[in-house]
Design a protein around this ligand. Sequence first.
Ligand code: URA
Length: 266
Amino acid sequence: MSERKAREVSEGVRLQKVLSQAGVASRRAAEELIAAGRVSVDGETVREMGRRVDPDTAIVHVDGARVVLRDDQVYLALNKPQGMLSTMSDDKGRPCVGDLLLDRVEIMNQAQRLFHVGRLDADTEGLLLLTNDGELGHRLMHPSYEVTKTYVAEIMGQPARDVGKRLRDGIELDDGDERNPGGPTSTVTVHSFKLVDSLPGRSMVELVLHEGRKHVVRRLLDEVGHPVQRLIRTAVGDVQLGNQRPGKLRPLNNSEVGALYKAVGL
Ligand code: URA
């Protein structure tokens, strides 16, 4: 180990260097952020320049958004194509999300520890997050953190005026456990519902939910009389699918990861 590396391990790394290595800002600009009181370490605002931190353990926020310091943590957004399973492997050889990781050399080292954050039905397209950050992934999947998921659905027919209210008031659904059909039910509420486009005999609608139970959007729209023809997840929290093409992976940027951390209170 070089002398410099040994010092970094024993004494920590200067905060401005840590911020610039994390891609937040150049060292100079990071010094300005620190001087302006916009940076905190382990919950405490730091204004002095000499501060050293351990990038493996320090919790650093800039403007309240967590900064990822560890370079072994991977955060990816995938536009899952229709027809692909949300699994890392499939024993029947059906196309699955894990196949798409195999040709990404730069993430191969981490690939064994990557997992998908929740699932989309094989027929559903759109944004699926992948990470090896267990705490973040766990919280994003846990209903108590109420991270929003946004879907655009193509449905049969034109929704009547009261459909939005019915969905916002809540629809009784079972918990979606296929091993327990007809099991207990509970109310699922939709945070927001809007008509995006009207087409002959069909409509495009957008729903925002906090819920993740199985087939939830398809079942909700069935219940209000509008079977889904096509379903796309367009956002998870503040992370947007945008114009990412089906089958493409992209690393999340710092502000997207920071927003996810914030959404789950990390
Ligand atoms: N709701 C569904 O019906 N399917 C999904 O894949 C996700 C949400």
